[in-house]
Design a protein. Structure first.
Length: 506
């Protein structure tokens, strides 16, 4: 039984009956007044014992009835004026809210643009550090980093047993700050801090930190810290090319996270639980990646994005492998979320555009990780949290829903203005995708077309949906193209929605 449809039908009937009752109350008021006037005149004529003059009686009744209606109109006039005033206020409020919504969309667009600009600046910064590292590596003659210091060149207190070896290795490896940073002479003097001592809080009053101990050795390790921060690719999980440069392209900027044992990446913590490893500041950190597991590389030498999880893990696993693991044509999270949206979210304003609460989104993700048939039909569960979990699943795919192989052909096909030529070109581009990706894309696009059919209620046009889903279901191999391809991505998704019947006719 479709409870949502029944409630909507009942509300419609209730509104119609209320309108009918208002009309009947108006008619009743007029009839009652007319009967009262006629009764009053007939009673007076009967008491006067005069012959009944029908024409005169009719004229008097009509005059009194008109006078009575005028009184009723005057009494209700103030109420009508108040209602009209409230209606005008509500109209103004709606207009203001629409303006606020449009302004919010513009700010979102601006923030997205700024985010991509920050991505470019970040890439430039990393490239500069890579150049410094390569020049430092060539000047140092390939001397290995001392194991007594961690990735930032900071002395680790667990190895304080042999301070003489620390000083000797520091003297051999230290390089002039002038050689590494040409503009260091113009900058303010640097403050060198040593690592704090470990204090056992279970034994009496804690001691103060000794900031002077080991400062002379650490001052000589300033430049070595830059070198150590990028050393050990197997410990950090950062792919290093043959020429010593680092490869971080191909990953959406929104998915780059700093985690244990990774400079740029979003690999999760080791599930076995290395709770003592935090970023660079652990000498024994591990991130669960096997040495050399750097992912496939594209033709332009960039990384092919996220490393795929095991198929038993829902978020982050390959779509084809996940379908094989579930023995389903479509992943269960996709079908369950779409069905729930079509039950209680199709007329919701801003569906798929608004985001759900992070707590509920996390709850849905964990639920589907444990059980593919996780129940999300609870009315207390925000429908926007359901849509956010679905979009998050598509974002986490190591190979996007519209795969890298179909990315460029699809964007080129979307630029064609003639529909007769555009539709065959889009179909040809989608044929390059694996069957699992094609099936899920067709299912999603057909669902979004049903959302568009109710755009008068949910305000989600093909353009609005393309803004939401373009960065979710397709992305380029290289991060440098994310900003330049933004408009082309939206045009491609909009073309899929507008010509879905022709594209997926088979």
């Amino acid at each position: 039984m479709d409870t949502s449809a029944d409630i909507k039908h009942a509300n419609t009937e209730l509104r119609e009956k209320r309108s009918t009752m208002a009309f009947l109350d108006t008619q009743r008021e007029m009839v009652v007044r007319e009967l009262e006037i006629m009764t009053e005149h007939l009673t007076r004529a009967k008491e006067s014992n005069k012959p009944l003059d029908i024409s005169q009686l009719k004229s008097e009744i009509l005059q009194d009835f008109a006078h009575s209606l005028q009184k009723l109109k005057d009494s209700l006039g103030s109420q009508i004026e108040d209602l009209v005033h409230k209606r005008n206020e509500l109209t103004d409020d709606i207009s203001n809210l629409i303006q606020v919504k449009d302004k919010g969309l513009q700010e979102f667009e601006s923030l997205s643009s700024k985010n991509l600009q920050l991505a470019e600046l970040n890439n430039q910064l990393v490239s500069g550090i890579q150049d410094l590292y390569k020049s430092q590596n060539s000047k140092s003659g390939g001397i290995e980093r001392s194991p007594l210091t961690n990735g930032l060149g900071i002395y680790n207190g667990s190895n304080r047993g042999d301070m003489s070896s620390l000083h000797s290795s520091s003297l051999q490896e230290s390089t002039s700050l002038h050689d590494l940073l040409p503009h260091a002479a113009d900058a303010e003097p640097a403050t060198v801090l040593t690592a704090p001592q470990v204090v056992n809080i279970r034994k009496g009053q804690p001691k103060k930190f000794n900031w002077k101990k080991g400062s002379s050795g650490l001052a000589k390790n300033v430049t070595k810290g830059l070198k150590g921060a990028f050393a050990g690719n197997n410990d950090r999980g950062v792919p290093i090319k043959a020429d010593g440069s680092y490869d971080i392209t191909g990953m959406p900027y929104s998915q780059m996270q700093a985690g244990p044992g990774a400079i740029m990446g979003d690999q999760p913590l080791n599930r076995a639980g290395d709770a003592k490893s935090f970023g660079f500041f652990s000498s024994n950190q591990k991130n669960g990646l096997k040495p050399g597991a750097q992912g496939a590389h594209g033709k332009n030498g960039s990384s092919s994005n996220l490393l795929a999880e095991n198929p038993s893990v829902l978020f982050g696993s390959d779509l084809r492998e996940r379908c094989d693991y579930e023995k389903r044509v479509l992943p269960s999270i996709v079908t369950h979320c779409v069905e729930e949206v079509e039950k209680r979210g199709m007329d919701m304003e801003g569906i798929y555009r608004k985001s759900g609460g992070s707590g509920q989104v996390k709850l849905i993700q964990q639920g589907f990780e444990k059980d593919g048939a996780y129940d999300i039909s609870d009315p207390d569960l925000d429908i926007h949290a359901v849509t956010s979990a679905l979009k998050q699943y598509f974002r986490k795919l190591p190979n996007p829903l519209i795969t890298y192989e179909a990315y460029d052909p699809l964007l080129e096909a979307a630029q064609i203005t003639e529909k007769e030529k555009q539709v065959p070109a889009i179909k040809a581009a989608l044929e390059a995708m694996p069957q699992a990706h094609h099936d899920v894309l067709e299912y999603l696009v057909q669902h979004l077309c049903r959302v568009v059919k109710q755009e008068s209620e949910n305000l989600m046009t093909p353009l609005n949906l393309s803004v939401v889903f373009a960065p979710t279901i397709l992305r380029p191999l290289s991060i440098e193209r994310e900003m330049s391809d933004m408009q082309a991505q939206r045009m491609a998704v909009q073309a899929l929605l507008e010509h879905a019947d022709s594209i997926f006719e088979n």
